[in-house]
Structures are given as structure tokens and as C-alpha cells.
Design a binder for this molecule. Structure first.
Ligand code: IPM
Ligand code: MG
Length: 357
């Protein structure tokens, strides 16, 4: 039986990188036994320009009905001046929340062929392979009350950092299960020396840990974690943390690899439905020029095949092809050596298809 997948190219370089993933899906259907129905819709600024709404109802309906959603990127200067509810970023936050995609998996992998791309010393980052599990539908991003109001003659802005036991417990389970599939080490990051919400976080994570005796659990304060990430990132296997700490630490981890154009991500709900996106943004400065690196999107497709479509075999195939293409020396401008030759978005996508065994 065919599973449904939804493609949301979005803005900036989104359409270019999704086009490469879409070509790859066609080849997997034709030659590798993948059975999927593909729908493609606008989201973000592109949808706003069409309909006045960055997240049209049809996108929500199709997303809910799909096993996996592959998103390019949203946003750009053209829409930055809109009121918050119309902004492309709001569409993304709403989509995450509407599908209850609470578990955000952000791997940071440094391919040995690209070790020079990092700003850190090669020996600090060579062969880095870590994963951040970020809670994505709670915490300070969604906590109530929030707002800006008049108090005693001046304006005050406020947000609420709140986590319930059930929210902490379900993300902890996701993180322990993820660690079980890797090197079985989990570091929970919080600010328990200052925040009550972190005190509860730590307590609940400890409780959940009892069900995963094979995983080694440690705790770290977020400021120290930021420092350790640049000092000795290879000490980490899996990190689990709340929404805002995860937002910050995952950018830091991404940059360790020196090539944000390479990093995929997955956001999953309890029924393994997932939204898959490259970690990079819409990069309006290079949009439409064939300069974008499609590998983060292609690797996001691999994650979709692994986590939502039950096709680890095809995910492995794609990941092997990406490694081979890098080994062959093909480079988009973001990962090319200075003064070296670079290829176009399309050439990179074609090479991955060629490299499928
Ligand atoms: C991310 C982004 C988003 C976030 C923005 C675009 C709302 O920074 O996916 O990390 O903060 O979650
Ligand atoms: Mg971010």
C-alpha cells in the first residue's frame, strides 16, 4: 500500500533543494520499490503571496494525512515586516504544534572528507557524530502567559518557561530510545541550579532512566554544555534538552561541522509522523542561482525513509550515495575548498542519484 508524503518547498532556496529531493523520490519509486503518493504545496512566504496566509488550511489537512512531510525552508526579507501571525516562521511553528511534533532530532555529523570545513581544529571535530534531541512543542516558545503590557508606567515583555511531567517524560523516552540505537550515552541539559522547571526536568528524566538501564545518563548545565560543545564535542553521543536550549545548542553543534548545508533534521510525534527539514534556512542571498547545497534536504529525505516510512534500506542507500559523492570530490560552493571547483545544486542532486547502488 502506498504511503502519502507531502513536499513543502517554501521560500528562498527551498524550491531548488526540494526539486533535487523530488527527483530522487521519482528514481526510488521507479527503480527501488518505494511506494508513495506525493503531493506538493506552498508554505511560508510563497503561500502568503498566493493566499494571504503562510499556512493555508490545505497544508494542514495534507500534512495530517501524510506519513512524512519534507520542507525546504521558509522566510526572507520580503516578509520580515509582516505582523507576527502572517510571518513565514509562524507557519512553521504552527505546523509543528498542530501535528504535535514534540521530538526534534538534529544530528551533527562531520564527514571526514569535509573535516577542513570546520572552524575548529580538525582533531577536535574529525569524525564527530552526535545528535541533539530537542523538545519542540513546549517550553518558553509556547508557554502562557506571554505578551507585552503596561505596568507601572512602562512596557514589560514576558514569556513563560513551563514543562509538565508528561511533556518531559515523553521527550525523555524518545531520547533514551534514540540513544539505544546509537552509543547508549545520553546527556540531559538543563539549568537546574537556577530554574524550578529544570529541577522537575531532571527528576523526571531520572525516573524515565530506570526503564533504560543500558543507557548511561548524565546531566549538564546549559552554559557548561555550550562550552563543552566547542571544547570537546566528541564527548557527546545524544543530548536531550528543552525547546530554547535546544534551539541554541543545535546551531552551535551544526557549526562544529562547518557545513550547515549538510545537516538534516526530523520532528516526530507519538505516531512516528514526521516533518523533515534541512537545518539551514532559506538563504535568500543565493536563491535561484543554483548555488544551494541540496544534501541536507536529501539527507532529511533519508531520515524520513528511516523514521516514518519504515525504509531503513533506502535510507542507508541514500546515505552511502552521499558519502560516495563527497569522496569523489564533488562540492557545492558552501563546502568547496577556497579557490577550488564547485558544482551546481542540480549537478549535486544528479550525482547522488548516479551513486545509488
Ligand atoms: C529552528 C529555527 C526556528 C526555531 C525559528 C525559525 C522559528 O531557529 O528551527 O531552529 O527557533 O525553532
Ligand atoms: Mg534555530
Amino acid at each position: 500500500m502506498s504511503q502519502k508524503i507531502l513536499l513543502l518547498p517554501g521560500d528562498g532556496i527551498g524550491p531548488e533543494v526540494i526539486a533535487e529531493a523530488s527527483k530522487l523520490i521519482d528514481v526510488l519509486r521507479l527503480n527501488h520499490g518505494l511506494e508513495v503518493d506525493v503531493t506538493q504545496l506552498d508554505i511560508g512566504g510563497a503561500a502568503y503571496d498566493q493566499s494571504g496566509d503562510p499556512l493555508p488550511e490545505d497544508v494542514l489537512i495534507q500534512a495530517r494525512a501524510s506519513a512524512g512531510v519534507l520542507l525546504g525552508a521558509v522566510g526572507g526579507p520580503k516578509w520580515d515586516g509582516l505582523e507576527r501571525s502572517k510571518r513565514p516562521e509562524t507557519a512553521l511553528l504552527k505546523l509543528r504544534s498542530a501535528l504535535d511534533l514534540y521530538a526534534n532530532l538534529r544530528p551533527a555529523i562531520l564527514y571526514s572528507e569535509l573535516a577542513d570545513a570546520s572552524t575548529l581544529k580538525t582533531e577536535v571535530v574529525a569524525d564527530l557524530d552526535m545528535l541533539i534531541v530537542r523538545e519542540l512543542t513546549g517550553g518558553i516558545y509556547f508557554g502562557q502567559p506571554r505578551g507585552i503590557e503596561q505596568r507601572e508606567g512602562e512596557r514589560v515583555g514576558f514569556n513563560t518557561l513551563v514543562y509538565s511531567e508528561s511533556e518531559i517524560s515523553r521527550i525523555a523516552h524518545s531520547a533514551f530510545k534514540t540513544a539505544q540505537l546509537r552509543n547508549k550515552r545520553l546527556c540531559s541539559v538543563d539549568k537546574a541550579n537556577v530554574l524550578e522547571v529544570s529541577e522537575l526536568w531532571r527528576e523526571v528524566v531520572e525516573q524515565v532512566a530506570l526503564e533504560y538501564p543500558d543507557v548511561e545518563l548524565s546531566h549538564m548545565y546549559v552554559d557548561n554544555a555550550a562550552m563543552q560543545l566547542v571544547r570537546n564535542p566528541k564527548q557527546f553521543d545524544v543530548i536531550v534538552t528543552g525547546n530554547m536550549f535546544g534551539d541554541i545548542l543545535s546551531d552551535c553543534a551544526a557549526m562544529l561541522t562547518g557545513s550547515i548545508g549538510m545537516l538534516p533534521s526530523a520532528s516526530l510525534n507519538l505516531s512516528s509522523q514526521g516533518l523533515y527539514e534541512p537545518v539551514h534556512g532559506s538563504a535568500p542571498d543565493i536563491a535561484g542561482q543554483g548555488k544551494a547545497n541540496p544534501l541536507a534536504t536529501i539527507l532529511s529525505l533519508a531520515m524520513m525513509l528511516r523514521y516514518s516510512l519504515n525504509h531503513a534500506d533506502l535510507a542507508d542507500k541514500i546515505e552511502r550515495a552521499v558519502k560516495q559523492v563527497l569522496k569523489s570530490g564533488l562540492r557545492t560552493p558552501d563546502i568547496a575548498v577556497q579557490g577550488g571547483k564547485s558544482c551546481t545544486t542540480e549537478q549535486m542532486g544528479d550525482a547522488v542519484i548516479q551513486g545509488l547502488d
